[in-house]
Design a protein around this ligand. Structure first.
Ligand SMILES: [Zn+2]
Length: 277
């Protein structure tokens, strides 16, 4: 097993449920992980200001609770079931990811000029609107692979030191493959956004409904446009090194209910997702 994945799995294991008026978090889940909370007759799931439909994980329908990568506090999840509101308290675990040191020679992509900073802020505002999208779920786990052959990859969550200075953590998984390698939609979707961005380069954002967005960055070519309907395995573009990138690779990311979570959890066996009963 990839040691990186192993650490993630350990961080999210053994979560204790305590439904009712006195929730108690005896165990924890790592930032960037998921906790599945299955049960019969769930009408909807609630986390923060989000309400969403249950998800089937490993044949069991339940609330798939995101523990966002940048969270700094415990997660309280709720669900409506048989007319009752139930509550789950998930303690926030230690940050389990490694430190990555990078040298980026193009300093203009690290220390931003006022013009570039304004551009990034405009792009972030545009991208930020995607996280609020809802709609009927049109996905099932595990998702398909974004590359026909997946190399070992990852570094999700890595704390980055760029040119010697601490920067924000890595929010997706990187897969180093040659430029021109086809990039595939991981599931049926509508193209929520496709364009050229300062950091992400040529990028595609796919909306799979129910608050699930998949992201594909640094592409060489893009074959889809905003509003297109795509099916699982559709070729949406090719691998490149556009934007802030140190060489050809696919950066693949997932947002679930607006939170950044480890994409490997969505691509791997659903059994690797922590479950609480
Ligand atoms: Zn990346």
């Amino acid at each position: 097993m990839d040691p990186f994945r192993f650490i993630v799995a350990l961080g999210a294991t053994a979560v204790l449920a305590a439904a009712g008026a006195n929730p108690l978090a005896a165990q924890t889940a790592a930032p960037g992980s998921l906790v599945h909370w299955p049960g019969e007759g769930i009408e909807r799931c609630l986390v923060g200001d989000r309400a969403f439909a249950p998800t089937v994980v490993g044949g069991e329908r339940g609330c798939l609770v995101p523990v966002g990568l940048t969270r700094t506090a415990d997660v309280i999840a709720e669900r409506d079931r048989d007319g009752l509101r139930e509550r789950l308290h998930i303690g926030l675990g230690e940050y389990p990811y490694s430190v990555q040191r990078l040298e980026i020679k193009d300093r203009s992509r690290v220390d931003l000029s006022p013009e570039n900073l304004a551009r990034v802020q405009r792009e972030n505002a545009l991208i930020g609107k995607l996280w609020g999208r809802q709609g009927k779920p049109r996905f099932s786990l595990p998702l398909g692979a974004p590359l026909e052959r997946m190399p070992a990859g990852g570094r999700f969550g890595a704390k980055r030191i760029i040119n010697g200075e601490p920067r924000s953590p890595h929010t997706g998984a990187d897969y180093a493959v040659p430029q021109g390698t086809p990039v595939l939609a991981v599931e049926d979707a509508v193209v929520a956004l496709a364009g050229e961005f300062f950091f992400s380069g040529n990028a595609v954002f796919l909306d799979h409904g129910n608050g699930l967005i998949s992201m594909y960055f640094h592409l060489h070519e893009v074959f889809v446009e905003q509003g297109d309907e795509v099916s699982r395995e559709h070729r949406i573009g090719t691998v490149g090194s556009t934007g802030r990138s140190t060489g050809p690779h696919l950066h693949f990311g997932i947002r679930w209910q607006g939170e950044r979570v480890d994409p490997a959890l969505w691509l791997g066996e659903p059994a690797s997702i922590a479950t609480v009963r």
